[in-house]
Ligand binder design. Structure first.
Ligand code: S3P
Length: 445
């Protein structure tokens, strides 16, 4: 998918109060993992609430290409029959992950532990993203890049290990993708694979591995870190997975409701794993009214019904150690910061440079073109909140779903409309974003 082939621009205009209840789609991280672990398990995995966005559908296709049976049995209901740990079949076609770094890197890990060779590719955005961060540890485990991989980029051919080696690996950056790739490769290795992270990243892989029957032990490491030890060669058993609503997708209607005067919305079943909710903590510090009710959990993942009401926001400082728990939310936080009174300083955002786009530059550009004063200082983003946003700008989405959605949210309360050049990539993570937001009262034309 290229921006030019299917560009669908949209304009967002100041709207009346947003009201109503919407269920945002299933969590993207958990959806990828449910398909991959289902494919590596013996027996049947029933998934309800799967995110049917392009990123996850590409992972489903890859699992089929690697020999698993993956079927859609109803609306967001899927069944996977797996091949067992180490049991992937040789794929006959390229595994194309489209826009998805998570799908691509996690499947690289899963393939690395199997005696098969696979070609990995993606769209222009994914081809520009660094893959060495997962290929380096995977080669220590005896997988090999045998073709392509110019500068550690896609397209590349990965040969999985016939006899994978368990390793102890310290991740160089807080990244659940790196951690998960190593753990998924470690499934097929004899002995214990250990990952140490200095800052804890989202732990969905660990929780789901335990749910499927693996022996996995997590202990604290330093003030913010974790040591995760996985015993290799378990028999994973197919399991039932209920996918909660994605907090990273909920972030958009939440910020929209906070900035549009008089709004009052409800979002059921939103995942509240504390390694994902840095945005909620930050918004509350800014003065946001976000209430949680109906708390429950499934397979170790907590969820709650959120009620969000329009709130007067003030600028805050966001510490760097919070970044892993809200890494995908800084764009929409920057929108909230623009509507706040006072300065918001977001520290330690170097990882934003290697997402679907360079999100540090793209966020600054999105705000600047709409009359907001913003500065990048090293790896920090500083937004001058004035309580209102002039708007009137055209935002370049750079093949990045979250830029498109953040810009559309910004336009819902700005003095002049905000335009985005292309909404096509929203389908990667939040297929019905436009329809659901219109249902709440958003004026998108
Ligand atoms: C994800 C991890 C994060 C995040 C991505 C999803 C995951 O990436 O940005 O959207 O599901 O593991 P990193 O682990 O590279 O920070």
């Amino acid at each position: 998918m290229t921006a030019s082939a299917s560009s669908t621009p949209l304009e967002s205009r100041a709207s009346g109060p947003l009201a109503g209840t919407i269920r945002v789609p299933g969590d993207k991280s958990i959806s990828h993992r449910a398909l991959i672990l289902g494919a590596l398990a013996v027996g049947e995995t029933r998934i309800s609430g799967l995110l049917e966005g392009e990123d996850v559908l590409n992972t489903a296709k890859a699992m089929r290409a690697l020999g698993a049976k993956v079927e859609r049995t109803g609306d967001v209901a899927w069944v996977v029959h797996g091949v067992g740990v180490g049991g992937f079949a040789q794929p006959t076609a390229t595994l194309d992950f489209g826009n998805s770094g998570t799908g691509c890197r996690l499947v690289m890990g899963a393939v690395a532990g199997c005696p098969v060779t696979a070609v990995f590719d993606g769209d222009a955005s994914l081809r520009s993203r660094p893959m060495r961060r997962v290929l380096d540890p995977l080669s220590l485990m005896a997988a090999k890049v045998i073709a392509g991989g110019e500068g550690g980029r896609l397209p590349l051919t990965l040969q999985g290990a016939r006899d994978p080696v368990p390793i102890l690996y310290r991740t160089p950056v807080a990244s659940a993708q790196i951690k998960s790739a190593v753990l998924l490769a470690g499934l097929a290795a004899p002995g214990i694979t250990t990952v140490i992270e200095q800052e804890a990243s989202r732990d969905h892989t660990e929780l789901m591995l335990a749910h499927f029957g693996a022996e996995i032990v997590t202990t604290a490491e330093g003030p913010h870190g974790r040591r995760i030890a996985l015993t290799g060669q378990p028999e994973l058993h197919g399991a039932a997975v209920v996918v909660p609503a994605d907090p990273s997708s909920a972030a958009f209607p939440i910020v929209a409701a906070l900035i549009v005067e008089g709004s009052d919305i409800v979002l059921p079943d939103v995942m509240t794993n504390r390694l994902r909710t840095g945005l909620f903590s930050t918004l509350r510090e800014m003065g946001a009214s976000i209430e949680e009710a109906d708390l429950r959990g499934d397979a170790g993942e907590p969820m709650a019904r959120l009620r969000v009401r329009a709130s007067k926001l003030r600028g805050v400082e966001v510490p760097p150690e919070r970044a892993p728990s809200m890494i995908d939310e800084y764009l929409v936080l920057a929108v909230a910061a623009a509507y706040a009174e006072g300065t918001t300083i977001m520290r330690g955002l170097q990882e934003l440079r290697v997402k679907e786009s360079d999100r540090l530059e793209a966020t600054a550009a999105m705000l600047r073109v709409n009359g907001v004063k913003v500065e990048i200082s090293g790896d920090d983003l500083i937004v001058e909140g004035r309580g209102h946003v002039p708007g009137g700008g055209l935002v370049a989405t750079h093949m990045d779903h979250r830029i498109a959605m953040s810009a559309l949210v910004m336009g819902l309360a700005s003095d002049k409309p905000v335009k985005v050049d292309d909404t096509a990539f929203i389908a990667t993570s939040f297929p019905d974003f436009i329809g659901l937001m219109r249902g709440l009262g958003a004026d998108f034309v």
